[in-house]
Design a protein around this ligand. Structure first.
Ligand code: URA
Length: 481
């Protein structure tokens, strides 16, 4: 709901007139859209607008002027707005309006200027909301309220006004249950229809129940003592959320026992369990349609390796909306240990080549066709093993979704496995090297994998191949621009 008024009118649109845009508390996306359209249509500059939030009286709406037409905005802007409106920063609407003002006055590509202070700030706000949504999706726990009218209720304290943005995720996951999510500022209720209501209180959520014991058992059974990292755990799951999460009661005992359990695991190694059925695994993935990169990453992170052995899934890294994305083969030994793509020897060579080609690694998106490290053991060494075509196709659905969310201008396939993942075909790199078509909305480019350069036996050949690789990256960068 929005309401526009001019408390200091000194003639129509005269210099110095201040326009007050009043929006509902929390995340008032429709109110912001309506107000922004009207203000832009009336040619009112950002510094002449005061944005305030308060509960509006029903009578106020009568004074509102007629709707202005929708604005034609670049997708990067329309995607950004709903991810900034929930931010708790009182300046959020003013900042977004300043962005709209500049974009509609000719700076159409403003969102691509990452160094612009306004864009930089809005990106940071969007990231904060992404993190907050992820925490709510991951750490919210329902408790059962038994009775004829059985219902599940959860208490959650998000950092920002994200309840409305977060609720559809729970509708998808718990469509067949009746549930309520209570927060200090509003509540959401699902019984076949999603409704939002007034704030709730923690005391309205019952204490532990059988459902809770289920969570604890589940957590204990999935806890991997060899991957215990207390700092990472606290960073990922801030203590503030612990008291709502039944399974955290199990953490102190699990942590105490972790050393002994990890030792027992080492003694049992290296026996590698049986391979899974890729067809069934792909079917399961397709049923689990994520609605954001974070949701997708949560699914990938939870997944078991197709060929068991890897420590963890290695997710893609880089900003959403990166102009250029690189797809490698699969994480190597170092990537598997650190949980980040391209940090081992091939990754370091790639970083050097990117720098020489004038590509800022932190602004590019880096990922792999296959998300888990596959290896054979030679003594204690884990020797990289190439994924089979079946294994590549197992991860293909994820890679497609991932690149859809990142929406780069150009995707660079590094090596034959990436080409197979992106095209579904086995194509020799020597034949396909250069600009390519992957049948997706982004452009394509094919080049060698940096580990190929590391394997060349002779130094002169290595140097020549490296130069050609850097030239390829420069061409790709030009295409992405
Ligand atoms: N090779 C890859 O293809 N990806 C990595 O992340 C590391 C090495």
């Amino acid at each position: 709901m929005d309401q526009l008024s001019e408390p200091c009118p000194s003639g129509p649109r005269s210099a110095g007139a201040i326009h007050v845009a009043t929006l509902a508390p929390g995340a008032d996306l429709p109110g912001f859209r309506t107000a922004a359209r009207r203000l832009i249509a009336a040619g009112i500059a950002p510094d002449a607008v005061v944005w305030q939030t308060e509960r509006l009286s029903l009578f106020g709406a009568e004074a509102a002027p007629a709707d202005a037409p929708p604005l034609a905005l670049p997708r990067a802007v329309t995607d950004l707005i709903p991810m900034v409106v929930p931010h708790r920063d009182p300046e959020r609407y003013g900042l977004l309006y300043a962005l709209l003002w500049r974009v509609t006055r000719g700076e159409r590509a403003l969102m691509e200027v990452a160094s612009d202070p306004l864009v930089h700030r809005l990106h940071r706000m969007r990231k904060a909301i992404g993190r907050d949504l992820h925490k709510m999706h991951a750490f919210l726990r329902f408790r059962r309220v038994p009775g004829a009218d059985e219902r599940y209720v959860a208490w959650f304290e998000p950092d920002n006004h994200i309840l409305e943005a977060a609720a559809p995720f729970f509708v998808d996951r718990f469509r067949n249950l009746r549930w309520s999510i209570l927060t200090p500022e509003a509540s959401a209720h699902w019984d076949g229809t999603l409704r939002f209501g007034p704030p709730g209180r923690r005391e309205d959520v019952p204490e532990g129940d059988g459902f809770e014991a289920g969570w604890r058992d589940y957590y204990e059974s999935t806890f991997n003592p060899a991957r215990l990292n207390l700092d990472a755990m606290r960073a990922e799951m801030p203590r503030k959320y612990w008291r709502n999460m039944p399974e955290t009661a199990a953490i102190p005992a699990l942590v105490r026992a972790a050393g002994a359990r990890a030792q027992a695991m080492i003694e049992r190694a290296p026996t590698m369990p049986e391979k899974r059925d890729p067809v069934r695994a792909v079917e399961r993935m397709a049923q689990d349609e994520p609605d954001s990169l974070e949701a997708l990453n949560a699914i990938i992170a939870r997944s078991e390796p197709l060929v068991p052995g890897a420590t963890q899934a290695v997710l893609g890294e880089g900003p959403i909306g990166a102009r250029i994305a690189f797809v490698g083969e699969q994480p190597g030994d170092q990537e598997d240990r650190q949980g980040r793509p391209f940090v081992g020897p091939a990754g370091q060579l790639l970083s050097r080549a990117l720098e020489e080609a004038g590509i800022e690694r932190s602004e590019a998106y880096l990922t792999n066709a296959v998300k888990h490290f596959k290896f054979t053991l030679r003594g204690k060494r884990r020797i990289h093993e190439k994924p089979t075509a079946g294994e590549v196709s197992h991860y293909r659905w994820w890679l497609d979704r991932e690149l859809d969310f990142v929406a780069p201008k150009l995707v660079v396939a590094l090596g034959a496995t990436a080409v197979l993942a992106l095209t579904g075909k086995q194509i020799p790199i020597t034949r396909a090297r250069g600009p390519a078509e992957f049948g997706r909305p982004y452009g394509g480019f094919i080049t060698v994998h940096p580990s190929y350069l590391l394997r060349l036996p002779d130094e002169a050949a290595k140097e020549a191949a490296y130069r050609t690789f850097v030239d390829d990256l420069r061409r790709a960068q030009d295409l992405a621009a």
